[in-house]
Design a protein around this ligand. Structure first.
Ligand code: F6R
Length: 241
C-alpha cells in the first residue's frame, strides 16, 4: 500500500491527478473506474482543466447508481458524472458506463454489468470511502467475493447522502453497486479520503486486519493500492498523527 498524506483537500486532489493524469497520458485507451460523491470533485476539476490530455479513446466504468433514478434525473450518478466531468472532456458518451438505475429487470442489469466488467479490465479504479467504511455501495457485512448487486443502503449512508437532496425521504433506499470482487480486480486502485468524518474508517483500513465489517479492507490484498488522504482524514492514524 502506498499511503500518501497531504495537507489539504486540494493537495490530495493534485496527488490523485498525478496518478490518473500520467496513466492517461501514457495509455491513450486506458479504462478508468470512476466514483461519484464529494471526494473526487477536486480531482475531476483538475482533469477538466488539463487540456493537454485527451480522453478520446478512454473508457470509463462507474461504481454505482441509485435504483429508481434514470440517467436524466438530476440526483442520479449518471447526471453527476456528466455535469462534473464528462461534459468537459473529449470522451465519447458511448465509452462511459454506469448501471441503469431504471433497468426493468435488476438481476439482468447486474449480469450485464458483470459482463461489461469482464470485457473491460480496468487499468485504474478510483474510490471514495463512506464514514462506515463502505466502498461503492458495498455496506458493512458485504462478502468480499460479491459481484454487481442491488443493495439496501445503510442508515448512515442515507443520512450522509441526504445533504445532496432536499429532504432525507428523497434519498433512494436502494442502489446498484459494483461488488468488492470486481473493485479489487482493477490493476491499480486509488482511494481518496478527506475530512474528519472519514478518519475512523481510514484508521481501521490502515491499522486493522481485513474484515467484511469494514468493506474497504477488501483492498488490503491489493498489490497496487494508493491511499491518498488529507490531514484530517489521517488524523487518527497512529504512525502519522
Ligand atoms: C460513490 C461511491 C461512494 C462514495 C462514498 C463517499 O460512487 O461509490 O462509496 O465514494 O460514499 O462519498 P463522499 O465522497 O461524498 O464522501
Amino acid at each position: 500500500m502506498k499511503l500518501i498524506v497531504t495537507e489539504t483537500y486540494e493537495a490530495m486532489s493534485r496527488a490523485a491527478y498525478g496518478v490518473i493524469g500520467s496513466l492517461v497520458s501514457k495509455k491513450k485507451d486506458a479504462v478508468l473506474g470512476l466514483a461519484t460523491g464529494s471526494t473526487p470533485l477536486g480531482l475531476y476539476r483538475l482533469m477538466a482543466e488539463d487540456r493537454t490530455v485527451s480522453y478520446r479513446d478512454v473508457k470509463t466504468v462507474n461504481l454505482d447508481e441509485y435504483a429508481g433514478l434514470s440517467a436524466a434525473h438530476s440526483q442520479s450518478y449518471a447526471y453527476f458524472m456528466r455535469e462534473n466531468l464528462f461534459r468537459y472532456l473529449d470522451i465519447l458518451p458511448q465509452n462511459t458506463h454506469i448501471p441503469n438505475g431504471v433497468a426493468p429487470d435488476p438481476a439482468e442489469e447486474c449480469a450485464r454489468y458483470d459482463g461489461l466488467l469482464d470485457r473491460l479490465p480496468r487499468d485504474l479504479q478510483l474510490l471514495g470511502i463512506g464514514s462506515n467504511g463502505h466502498i461503492a455501495f458495498n455496506e458493512p457485512g458485504t462478502p468480499f467475493d460479491a459481484r454487481t448487486h442491488i443493495v439496501t443502503l445503510a442508515e448512515s449512508t442515507v443520512r450522509d447522502n441526504s445533504r445532496l437532496f432536499d429532504r432525507i425521504e428523497d434519498v433512494p433506499k436502494q442502489a446498484f453497486t459494483m461488488g468488492l470482487a470486481d473493485i479489487v480486480r482493477a490493476k491499480t486502485v486509488v482511494l481518496l479520503a478527506n475530512g474528519r468524518n472519514k478518519a475512523e474508517a481510514v484508521r481501521r483500513l490502515i491499522e486493522e486486519d481485513a474484515d467484511p465489517a469494514l468493506p474497504a479492507s477488501a483492498l488490503k490484498q491489493h498489490e497496487d493500492l494508493y491511499v491518498i488522504l488529507d490531514r484530517e482524514a489521517a488524523s487518527l492514524l497512529h504512525e502519522t498523527a
